[in-house]
Design a protein around this ligand. Sequence first.
Ligand SMILES: NC(=O)c1ccc[n+]([C@@H]2O[C@H](COP(=O)([O-])OP(=O)(O)OC[C@H]3O[C@@H](n4cnc5c(N)ncnc54)[C@H](OP(=O)(O)O)[C@@H]3O)[C@@H](O)[C@H]2O)c1
Length: 259
Amino acid sequence: MSRPMSTVAVTGGTGTLGREVVGALVAAGHDVVVTSCSSSSLRDGVRTVRVDYGRPVELRAAFERADAVVHCATNVTGLRGGEAELGKRVLAAARDAGCGHLVYISIVGADRIPLPYYKAKTSTERLVEDGGVPWTILRATQFHELVARLSSALTRSPLVLVPDIRFQPVSVTEVGARLADLARGSPAGRVRDLGGPEIADWPDLVRQFQAAAGRSRPVRPITLFGSVYAGYRAGHHLAPDGDTGTITFQQYLADRFRR
Ligand SMILES: NC(=O)c1ccc[n+]([C@@H]2O[C@H](COP(=O)([O-])OP(=O)(O)OC[C@H]3O[C@@H](n4cnc5c(N)ncnc54)[C@H](OP(=O)(O)O)[C@@H]3O)[C@@H](O)[C@H]2O)c1
């Protein structure tokens, strides 16, 4: 059941996903506090608190009045302990501040594809589950933005070589809305995965990207080797049985290139 007008803290509320979560929470009438390690400016009337995630007192103070924390900040570099250390600090501060709900965003297949970042996501899931704060974990597939960014990088070569894997890209707006809904509700544990409306071969997505971007370089699928690509080729990052958003990659591209 949804709690009206609660206060929600969003870590990394400046990021691709965090912005969408903040927007959805504000639209629903919630008081929102964003924590950021790089900015302290007010954005759209939302209070942004600059924190050093390594300083528990600062983080705890930022979470002080929050009924829920949505943890969208991420440390992809692995520096300073990486994603799991960041999660541990956010969790400890949420617990010390007496927050009743921690919502964590993870990645479909994080436990089945042996990328170091995915391993850190899985470790963070375990920390959240055992951390003493009532929790909700949502796993999502790759955002349209990520697939577009990867596709754009590939299309800089005269011949575009694209790994023969599939993606199920999802709208970050829809993931943000789902996270906001989850934060407004009661802790739900691990909820159903969320993916995009279509599963497509990456080479076809690259062709869509090129068409939208006005590029026309030849695209050739390639097969890569190793356990990471084996995991992607097996489709462990897809959520065919999960919940699905409605916005296709094509629609995302049309909107992005219109703007
Ligand atoms: N991208 C995808 O396709 C995808 C798919 C499924 C799940 N996810 C998950 O969604 C979450 C958000 O992803 P995103 O794409 O929105 O990320 P993002 O745009 O990179 O934003 C994350 C935010 O994290 C903060 N940050 C960066 N480095 C940090 C560090 N070392 N310590 C603490 N905070 C740091 C930054 O905010 P400040 O500089 O303001 O602190 C940044 O705005 C991640 O947990 C990711 O694993 C992503």
